[in-house]
Write a protein that binds this ligand. Structure first.
Ligand SMILES: [Zn+2]
Length: 198
């Protein structure tokens, strides 16, 4: 069975209408919340500028995205919603990546597409409408390096979850780079995750 992205997106959107009194959204085995992209970008890019733009903040923010993606999608694939809605579509291990990406789209992380997947070796994800790239451009103008730290970390996390050691030992076994970014003036953002070499 092919992966039905619309069905997954609809399941997430439908479930996201349920809110606890503090605004927390319990869904697909994890706790979600709505957050303003200006607020998020202001904190992460402000942190980067305040620490001297030397790659220190970038590394931390990518790591945070990867660790968050790793734990979040482990929760997602352990949930009853995954069991009921998603699992019947999965025929091979690679399908998990496509399902994770569908859920990430529904979470509002961006218009992600899997451009290439070489099992165990390489994942290429592309997007044209990421909030970090757009937010950076709006506030600071054209960047000289990729700015989509969260999705870059998440790209590595998806490979960690599917091809790394069993949870929780597999995090950071893959590393992603952002090879082109809308914030730099490229037509799309592209992320490539491969086995961590060092
Ligand atoms: Zn980007």
């Amino acid at each position: 069975m092919a992966i039905d992205t619309d069905k997954i997106v609809h399941a997430v959107m439908h479930g996201s209408r349920i809110r606890e009194e503090k605004g927390i959204i319990p869904l697909f085995g994890v706790y979600l919340s709505m957050i303003s992209v200006q607020y998020y970008n202001g904190i992460s890019f402000g942190f980067e500028k305040a620490t001297g733009n030397d790659g220190f903040a970038e590394n931390l923010l990518v790591e945070a995205g990867q660790e968050c993606g790793y734990a979040t999608f482990q929760g997602v694939r352990s949930s009853w919603e995954w069991e009921e809605v998603v699992k019947p579509m999965i025929e091979d291990i690679e399908d998990q990546i496509h399902c994770f990406v569908s859920i990430a789209i529904a979470f509002g992380w961006g218009d992600l597409t899997v451009q290439e997947l070489v099992p165990g070796k390489k994942l290429v994800i592309r997007a044209t409408d990421l909030y970090e790239a757009k937010g950076y451009l709006d506030v600071y103008g054209k960047a000289d390096s990729g700015k989509c730290y969260m999705v870059r970390g998440v790209t590595g996390a998806l490979m960690d979850l599917v091809y790394g050691d069993d949870y929780p030992e597999g995090c950071f076994q893959y590393t992603a780079v952002e090879t082109s970014c809308v914030a730099k003036g490229d037509p799309y953002c592209e992320f490539i995750a491969q086995r961590t070499t060092s």
